[in-house]
Design a protein around this ligand. Structure first.
Ligand code: C2E
Ligand code: CA
Ligand code: CA
Ligand code: CA
Length: 278
């Protein structure tokens, strides 16, 4: 692939025109790709600490493009957002996730699903009604659904976002602040948001083994979160040591490659099976 988060892959530097053309192609093809089954949802398990029971999964979108191959959400989600198509993407991910939660309920498992929201979802006054309709359609209780939102997303237009967040929260949906620690106003605004969870950004969790500053940030987020009565989730847990340190700090939930990479629905089923029969 040509670019990844702005860094160039050696040997091939695409021109601005090529980047623009590819983005254009992606957004014009997106709706059809949903129908053609090119877009799918992968799920990454989250486990409780210290018990290590599977507590939920995060839904992460994937696009198997016929020409460009497997695309990262970092490449196409911003383009889809900018083109005003995020509603369709979120509804797709939400439906897939609730269908999966329903199957687990039928098997006697209570596993929640976390769906990432975009700032544009929070500008759609009809969004809560769509969510209620989806919960009803799959007969899933609201507390088994989590929405992850970034602070910058909420703060882009708080007048619009806050009433929608309150409505979602009153329905019983769990709200989590994603990538926590990377914003500028984190601490001041956290108290004003109707949230239940903070997710410590993976950059701090990845760095905590070698960087005392990162370790201090992680520790203070755990303390702050708990003092506000929030559940604290750490993402980017790749090493045993990190998990052990997080556990010792009292962090509630861990997510990361150490536990599992994001998996297709089929592979997740096998993973869950292997865990419960061990
Ligand atoms: P995010 O919400 O912060 O998701 C976590 C990202 O960290 C995922 O990348 C996941 O694969 C990756 N990750 C998980 N564990 C580890 C680990 O131990 N180490 C490292 N280095 N990385 C880990 P992914 O799937 O590429 O998603 C990237 C971003 O794309 C997400 O960041 C989210 O902002 C966005 N995204 C993904 N799916 C959706 C979606 O359905 N809707 C929206 N609006 N955004 C989405
Ligand atoms: Ca997330
Ligand atoms: Ca995150
Ligand atoms: Ca992110």
């Amino acid at each position: 692939r040509a670019t990844r988060g702005g860094e160039e892959v050696r040997g091939y530097v695409p021109s601005m025109g090529q980047i623009f053309m590819r983005r254009f192609q992606l957004v014009t093809q997106f709706r059809q790709s949903l129908e053609d089954g090119q877009v799918s949802v992968h799920y990454q398990p989250k486990v409780s600490l210290p018990g290590r029971q599977v507590q939920g999964v995060e839904a992460l979108v994937r696009w198997q493009h016929p020409e460009f191959g497997k695309l990262d959400p970092d490449e196409f989600v911003p383009a889809v957002e900018a083109a005003g198509l995020i509603g369709a993407l979120t509804e797709f991910v939400l439906e897939q996730s609730l269908r999966r939660v329903r199957k687990w309920l039928d098997e006697g498992l209570r596993i929640s699903a976390a769906v990432n929201l975009s700032v544009r979802n929070l500008a759609d006054a009809d969004f809560p009604a769509k969510v209620v309709a989806a919960l009803n359609r799959f007969d899933v209780p609201a507390k088994l659904l989590t929405f992850e939102l970034t602070e910058s997303g909420v703060m882009a237009d708080p007048q619009r976002a806050l009433p929608i967040l309150r409505e979602l929260h009153e329905l019983g949906i769990v709200l989590a602040v994603d990538d926590f620690g990377t914003g500028y106003s984190s601490l001041a605004y956290l108290r004003q948001l109707p949230v239940d969870q903070v997710k410590i950004d993976k950059s701090f969790v990845l760095g905590m083994g070698t960087d005392l500053g990162d370790l201090a940030v992680v520790r203070s987020i755990v303390e702050l979160g708990h003092s506000l009565g929030l559940t604290v989730v750490a993402e980017g847990v790749e090493e045993d040591v990190a998990r052990d340190q997080l556990e010792a700090m009292g962090c509630d939930v861990a997510q990361g490659y150490l536990i599992s990479r994001p998996l297709s629905e089929e592979r997740l089923e096998a993973w869950l099976q292997a865990r419960t029969t061990r």
